[in-house]
Structure formats: C-alpha cells, structure tokens
Write a protein that binds this ligand. Sequence first.
Ligand code: PEP
Ligand code: MG
Length: 325
Amino acid sequence: EKELLKQLKDKEAISKDGVKVGAWANIGSPKDIDGVLRNGAQGIGLYRTEFLFMNNDRFPTEDEQFEAYKIVAEKMQGKPVTIRTMDIGGDKSLPYMELPKEENPFLGWRAIRVCLDRPEILKTQFRALLRASAFGHIKIMLPMIMDINEIRRARKLLEECKAELREEGAKFDKNIALGIMVETPAVAFRAKYFAEEVDFFSIGTNDLTQYTLAVDRGNENISHLYNTYNPAVLEAIRLAIQGAHEAGITISMCGEFAGDANATPILLGMGLDAFSMSAISIPKVKKNIMSLDKKKCEILVEEVMKQTTPDDVLKIVKKFNEENS
Ligand code: PEP
Ligand code: MG
C-alpha cells in the first residue's frame, strides 16, 4: 500500500491508450489538505463547506470563511480547488439556524434553496470565495440544482458581489468558474441545457442515486435498494456526461461512486473527465485507470447499458476487471 502510494504520487492518471483524466480529492476542512497532497491529488473536486457552518455556534463571518478558503487555495498551489456553497438541510442541521420540521427533509428546504431564500448567506460566501480566488485556482460549485433559474439567480448574486469588490478595490479572479452538482434526475435528463449555463459539472452520485431510485440514502431499512449500479442511475450518469460534452464543458464526479474500484472502467468508458474521492482512494483508482484501455471500456459500457438489474451489471463489470487488471 505505502509502496503503491510512493510509486503513483507524482504520476498522472493516463489510460493505456493515452487518455488523461483528473484524480482529485474531496475534503471537509483545510486540515485535510496534508492527506490530499500525500496521496498525490491533482486538485480538489469537492470542498464541503457546510462543516465550517456546522462546527460553529453562529454563521462564520466573511473573513473567517475567506481565511479557510485562502489556506486551501494557497496550499494547492494553483491546482483547481472546487468549493461547494453551503449544503445545509436534508440530514444536516445548524444549531443556530431554525430549520423547519419537515416531512421530507431531503425533498425540502435544502442547499441552494436555503441560499437563494437567504441571499445574504450566499453573498457572504461568494464574497469570501472571490477574495480567496486571488490566492489560487478556486472554482465555485452549487449543490442540489434542479432548475435553470436557480443558476441564473445565483449568478446574478455572484455578479453583484464582483461589482461590490471591484468598487472596494479588492483583488479576485474575474473569470472564476461557476459550476453545478448533478445530483437530481432533473439535471441529468436535460444536461445539455444546464451545461450551457455553467462552466463545469460534478456528479454527486450519493444524492443522484437517492433521487433517481426514490431511496433515502440514510435509511437502513432500505439500504439494500440503494445501489448506484442500478441501470437507471447509470443511465442518469451517462446522460449527464453526454450533455456536458455536447455543450463543451468538463464533467467530474465527487460522489462515493468515483472511489469505487469496480466502477472505474464504467466511468472511464462513459467519458468522465475527472474522479474526485477521499484522498485514501486516489492511489487505487489511479492505478486502475493506468491499467485500463478506454476503447475497451467504451465497449464494456455498451454491454453494461443493456443489462436490466444491478446484479447483472456488477457481474459483467467484475468479470471485466478480473480480465483487465
Ligand atoms: C453527493 O451527493 O454525491 C455529494 C457528493 O454530496 P453530499 O454527499 O455532500 O450530499
Ligand atoms: Mg449531495
């Protein structure tokens, strides 16, 4: 294991037939960066900022947020750092913010919905992100999008923040990228149209699986039904990648599926541009990519999409992996 880490740390994730993809890390705090660098990540594909909000007894100020984002941007030395705006609600609560008791929190007041209803929260975060963008390569990512208007409203707030900062003479990356998570079927079905509105996509398979299958991701009674290898979820992933590429933007994946060693050939074959996962999974997935032929993976995907049950998918994928490792 340690040996593998050392061997692969500075290598790029390039398939046998020469296709380069990104191997990125997910983080929840600036403290995670050392592990990220140790495991040879080429960027951060998801920084879950809600922990900054949750481990607190009030909203973090603009300056507090700025400091956290700046540290990450600086430590990554120009490598991309994708920072997701606050994804609160669903299963995540804030001790200092009254969230309504809901029958279906995962379908309720969550993430971008909260942020657009409380624009001062989003604007504070945008200002902090913009200011930190002067210290590295920051990209902004919006969670739980399902309607194009959500993107347009968020972008308008972002532009307001840029205008304010310009007025104040603050430095920031004026071309900062704005992207969205693909975690609702609504976006997957209409991927091309969403892709035309943003700079990048990242697939959140944890929620995309939950919302495609109508299976609560945290409910143990139905955990046997929660399966990203379900052909309907794979179809949603395929549509998202296809739509992104039709519109000419890149697409990564930051849900758990990106770090699933069995899934690598499916995702490479579908054309995913970058894999983002917990740092410890990076060497293993990098090694997989380097041992795979993308052309062969494309043929595997054709076979996979003809299967009708998750078990059948897994069976042919496992067989493929045994023959190709
Ligand atoms: C996801 O939904 O796949 C994701 C990466 O976001 P989170 O797990 O934080 O909801
Ligand atoms: Mg999610």
